[in-house]
Design a binder for this molecule. Sequence first.
Ligand SMILES: [Fe+2]
Ligand SMILES: [Fe+2]
Length: 362
Amino acid sequence: MSPPHEISHLARVELLSPKPQETLDFFTKFLGMYVSHREGQSVFLRGYEDPYQWSLKITESANAGMGHAALRTSSADALERRVQSLSNDTSTEGAWHEDEFGFGKNYRYKSPDGHTLDIVWEAEHYKAPPELQSKILTRASKKPLQGIPVKRIDHLNLMSSDVTAVKQSFERHLGFRTTERVVDGEIEIGAWMSSNILGHEVATMRDMTGGHGKMHHVAFFYGNAQHNIDAAEMFRDHDIVIEAGPDTHGITQGQFLYVFEPGGNRIELFGEPGYLHLQPDLETKTWLMSDIDTGLAVGGAKLPWETYFTYGTPSPLSVAEHQKEFSNAGPAAEAAEERVPDEIDTSRAVADSPIDVFSDAR
Ligand SMILES: [Fe+2]
Ligand SMILES: [Fe+2]
């Protein structure tokens, strides 16, 4: 187990998009993010309280997904120590690179499930030009007059084939604490992890399709429940697909609204930040499946099986195709199937296949 607080926070995420202009419009027009830089096929953006040159990079790509995510360490020494820990793990390969705008040297490695992660110390602070300077000194730039602007990047949720392996990698090498987890019998199907007082900067949930290394969502911070409600109205009016919310998770107590940006990546808007973990001797809370409804949504919002538990990016299917493909799958469909008595089941099987039964007669 690594010492705590060697990682400060989630600094940035790169999203890949097959519809880069529409994805860019989503983040600038609806979420009020500023463009800070353009380079090749990438555009760099930041929320008005993001401290660095960028927190979001949108890169044109054949498929949606996460290019990489980067965590900033608490010092240059902490970076060296974390890299040493990762290097000692023979199952993890990594390498230094220095090619991210606004940041110094980054150490890039793969999570046990294949997600691309960077850790970095050197970061250039954003200095607003005079016309964008806020009179509120802790605010890196003026609140924009556009859409319903997010303050900053908040957290990342990774889909994993093996939640425990990904969780242990964050605990062992980066000093994350697991604040909450969900178990289904003996199997961990979700873990929420933090390196500071937030409920989580990184979470990982089981990919129910058995996939590896996908992104579930990246979240941006409002800090205000009403903004999630206002954003839902804005998205509804402008045909952005809302998946679930606004509601409040029992897990983390965070307020959520999930939407799909036009490129296909799931984005969460985070209202109030939820429970803050101030105590150093935190005890991990374990949710059982019997209490999962409270864990997922206190107000009873349904997180749809056909997307929430099965869709991540990259995805071979678009959101709409995936929804269709998975609409008759999942625990509810299986439970309904089990409720059908055998004799009816048999007769229905016959009734369902008239072509086979009568094919000889045709
Ligand atoms: Fe989230
Ligand atoms: Fe959430």
